[in-house]
Design a protein around this ligand. Structure first.
Ligand code: SAM
Ligand code: SF4
Length: 333
């Protein structure tokens, strides 16, 4: 297997793979799915665990060293933990990460710790049960809170993801910042993107990264800048004297594309070289048609060598030029 790294046509080395293992979910977050849900993929169209493991091995042979499991909600897929256990053992994979809504996650925390999971991103847009019900259209607030506590106690590095939604969770911003006062947690505020199965909720995004930062500073005073790891999407800060970190992610404004090191694989096996493209290669079809590992990797390298410079360009070049409107649960964030 080749060991040449995956380098795109803009000189960016790809080392990070995000795999959405399902499009199904047990919540219906306002910013991600319509209330009635989306038309889920038939099970036979989902990548099997064997296919996912094969892709991870092939990509690890080309320099992918960090993997994130996401969805949909990863834990609605039976035996997810077995898949994760396999992935941490793939030679070349240095860190495995998980993004989850926390509803079914709690009981798995000890095993996640034991396998050496590098971090969990827990989606928690609000600390209020009524607002949780309004945002997610489900009454699972207590389970998510329990998972938050268990994760904190476990010592697995923890990030909290909160999408900032006008008229929905603005009152939670200070409460979420407060989580960083005594705990080494990273709370990340994310600009809302139009990946909700319907199209944009706003004529113009009001809660941009700049406004989020200004709002936090109006409540907590000037924030200290904290250095960002390479290829980070979050710009990181700290309230002086607080233990944890605040991240602000310009997901809609797309300020971070120049250092992007990510590949994505969707539940149906589409390779995405940008969050905003609509899939550049179907890996599932290639595998089911009998492609060898070398042929797979050659096709992936070809896709990577035609990568868009940034998310604005990728969105403009979508097939039929349609704007993004698919549910984030079909991409994984
Ligand atoms: N179900 C899991 C969860 O919610 O953590 C994993 C999948 S979810 C699609 C991954 C991340 O994408 C979550 O943190 C979620 O908040 C974020 N997300 C979903 N739709 C979004 C949108 N329209 N704009 C910004 N972030 C979004
Ligand atoms: Fe489900 Fe996550 Fe989308 Fe919410 S953000 S509907 S939890 S996939």
């Amino acid at each position: 297997m080749s060991i040449a790294p995956l380098i795109d046509n803009h000189g960016r080395t790809l080392s990070y793979l995000r795999i959405a293992v399902t499009d199904r979910c047990n919540l219906r977050c306002f910013y991600c799915m319509p209330e009635q849900g989306i038309q889920y993929l038939p099970k036979k169209e989902l990548l099997t665990f064997e296919e996912i493991e094969r892709l991870v091995s092939v990509l690890a042979g080309a320099g992918i060293s960090k993997v994130r499991i996401t969805g949909g909600e990863p834990f609605v897929r039976t035996d997810l933990m077995d898949l994760m256990q396999q992935i941490v053992q793939v030679p070349g994979i240095r860190t495995l990460h998980l993004t989850t809504n926390g509803v079914l996650t709690g009981p798995h925390v000890p095993r996640l710790l034991a396998m050496g999971l590098a971090s969990v991103n827990l989606s928690m847009d609000t600390l209020n049960r009524d607002r949780f019900r309004l945002i997610t259209r489900r009454d699972e607030f207590n389970q998510v809170q329990d998972t938050y506590r268990l994760l904190l106690e476990s010592g697995i590095p923890l990030k909290v993801n909160a999408v900032v939604m006008d008229g929905k969770n603005i009152d939670d911003i200070p409460l979420l910042v407060e989580l960083t006062r005594h705990h080494a947690v990273e709370v990340r505020f994310i600009e809302e993107m139009p990946f909700n199965g319907e199209g944009s909720h706003y004529v113009r995004l009001d809660w941009t990264y700049k406004k989020i930062q200004a709002h936090i500073e109006s409540l907590f005073g000037s924030l200290e800048r904290v250095p960002d790891p390479d290829s980070a999407t979050a710009t990181r800060f700290r309230v002086p004297g607080f233990k944890g970190i605040i991240g602000i992610i310009a997901a809609f404004s797309r300020t971070f594309c120049g250092a992007c090191n990510r590949l994505r694989i969707t539940p149906r096996g589409e390779l995405k070289t940008c969050l905003y493209d609509d899939g550049v290669l179907n890996l599932r079809t290639l595998m089911r048609d009998g492609c060898t590992d070398e042929e797979l990797l050659a096709q992936i390298r070809h896709a990577v060598s035609h990568r868009h410079a940034n998310g604005v360009e990728a969105e403009q070049h979508r097939r039929n030029h349609e704007r993004v409107a698919e549910s984030m649960s079909t991409i994984g964030g």
